[in-house]
Write a new protein. Structure first.
Length: 302
């Protein structure tokens, strides 16, 4: 994750380069260091350096790093010709390089040659089965082809090896949700919460899945995770506040006559409703009547 100071440094360099103050190479180097994608700017400022023999000569061995960076940026921007030219230069310089082979497979992928790209990635994995980037690219190819089940299979195999990859767990969870496989998605979000318990997004997504599954136990657990989302965001998550009202309403319908449940639900519903009303008064006073109507119908249905 990029820190605020790093982001400020990057933005300052970007502004300097855009205003003709120089520093294009420093800017491109920082983009690589921070591992962020600003592909338009990499093409805009990287290509002139590569096309100028004098500037290119000053880079030394970093020339090949820049060729790779520009090639990936060109693929992102679907500038196929630029990417092909950069990869050709790299292949001539490094004829046996597996890294260049990965770029060639990415070029096939960008051109929509899915089967050829997958074969190329599979071939590269035979030499290095622990290459994370290539394994993820195979998932991307499967999804691009619309083969969601294969993507799930590949992600599961990947996570058997790289169990601490939170981005992969989230990708798998969202893929399961797209297929309405909510129990499997819930497991993925549980793994994410165990790994990063202070990320409110995971609490919220897990609660959404549980609410969708339905049933008293799931509603009650969802309510707890919506509450933790509100706690982690300082009470500023409107979606979670709405969801608390929905959960208390659903629980109320399933537990009518149980005095303690009714009392707890009523108190929590009132707290969430009050927070929502305060939020709407500050940010969207014109929609306050709609909110009050919705909250009233929820309370009456419970």
């Amino acid at each position: 994750m990029v820190s605020k100071s790093e982001e400020a440094e990057l933005n300052a360099l970007e502004s300097q380069v855009e205003n003709g103050g120089g520093g294009a190479w420093d800017y491109l180097s920082l983009i690589r260091k921070l591992k962020i994608r600003r592909s338009d700017n990499v093409l805009k400022y990287g290509l002139p350096i590569l096309n100028d023999p004098k500037k290119r000569a000053t880079l030394g061995d970093d020339e090949w790093t820049l060729y790779e960076q520009v090639a990936v940026a060109a693929l992102d921007c679907h500038c196929i010709d630029v990417a092909r030219d950069c990869i050709k230069v790299l292949r001539k310089k490094f004829p046996e390089s597996k890294r260049v082979g990965r770029l060639e497979a990415m070029l096939l992928e960008a051109k929509g040659s899915w089967e050829d790209a997958d074969k190329a990635y599979s071939s590269l994995l035979e030499d290095n089965p622990l290459d994370q980037v290539i394994q993820k690219r195979r998932v991307a190819v499967a999804k691009a082809q619309g083969d969601t089940l294969k993507a799930i299979e590949l992600l599961n195999k990947y996570l058997e090896i790289f169990m601490a990859d939170n981005d992969a767990w989230r990708e798998l969870a969202e893929t399961y949700v797209s297929l309405q496989m909510y129990k499997q998605a819930a497991f993925c979000y549980e793994e994410l919460i165990l790994s990063q318990p202070t990320v409110p997004l995971y609490h919220l997504a897990y609660a959404d899945v549980l609410y969708t599954l339905g049933g008293l136990e799931n509603f009650q657990t969802a309510k707890k995770y919506y509450a933790s989302t509100i706690d982690l965001t300082g009470g500023k998550n409107t979606r979670a506040l709405y969801a608390i009202c929905l959960c208390t309403s659903a629980i109320g319908q399933l537990t009518k006559g149980r005095n303690k449940e009714d009392r707890d639900n009523s108190e929590l519903h009132s707290l969430a409703a009050t927070a929502l009303e305060k939020d709407y008064k500050n940010r969207a006073p014109g929609k306050l009547p709609l909110l009050n109507s919705a909250l009233k119908s929820l309370k009456s249905s419970s």
